[in-house]
Design a protein around this ligand. Structure first.
Ligand SMILES: [Zn+2]
Ligand SMILES: [Zn+2]
Length: 170
């Protein structure tokens, strides 16, 4: 049980800059162990650990490149763009979307809710069977972006299983 020892201390996450509150008793405990409370979450802790371990293994320049690549792939995953003629594809997207309602679960993994309407043949046919609803992760895997990313890391560093898992979860 947590004992109340006055008000909590406001701290700033070293990774994302988010302010978070820490109980003084937790800070005392951390100080005793020689630890510093530096992150708002385990996610930020993981990001910092990954950054540092990449810098250590491949040097600052390559690590910066690698981290940029991860960030880009994340942005790309958040904003899937239709390739080629945008106007034509937007109306095609709409046409397919009207005829292929979003299922409850991703058509590939059947675990996560789908987010992207993905084209199967890459030919953008006006055919509902040429499209599937995928979650971001499956869409990325399918597009080969994640594969290319992992290949990049495998070439650059000896990526261990832990890193692989972490990158897949990014
Ligand atoms: Zn944070
Ligand atoms: Zn999926």
């Amino acid at each position: 049980m947590r004992t109340k020892q006055g008000s909590r201390i406001l701290m700033e996450c070293e990774v994302c800059g988010t302010e978070f509150l820490v109980w003084p008793s937790d800070k005392v405990k951390a100080d005793k162990r020689g630890h510093k409370i530096r992150y708002c979450s385990n996610k930020c802790k993981g990001i910092d650990y990954t950054n540092k371990s990449f810098i250590k293994r491949m040097g600052k320049e390559k690590a910066t490149e690698a981290i940029k690549l991860i960030k880009e792939s994340k942005i790309e995953a958040r904003n899937p763009q239709w390739k080629g003629d945008k106007v034509g594809l937007n109306s095609l997207h709409q046409w397919i979307g009207n005829r292929k309602p979003k299922p409850e679960l991703c058509e590939m993994c059947g675990i996560k809710p789908p987010i992207d309407l993905a084209n199967i043949s890459q030919e953008y046919k006006r055919d509902v069977n040429d499209y599937e609803w995928l979650c971001r992760k499956c869409h990325m895997t399918k597009d080969g972006r994640l594969k290319r990313l992992l290949e990049f890391f495998e070439q650059e560093v000896n990526v261990n299983d832990k890193d692989q898992k972490r990158l897949r979860d990014f």
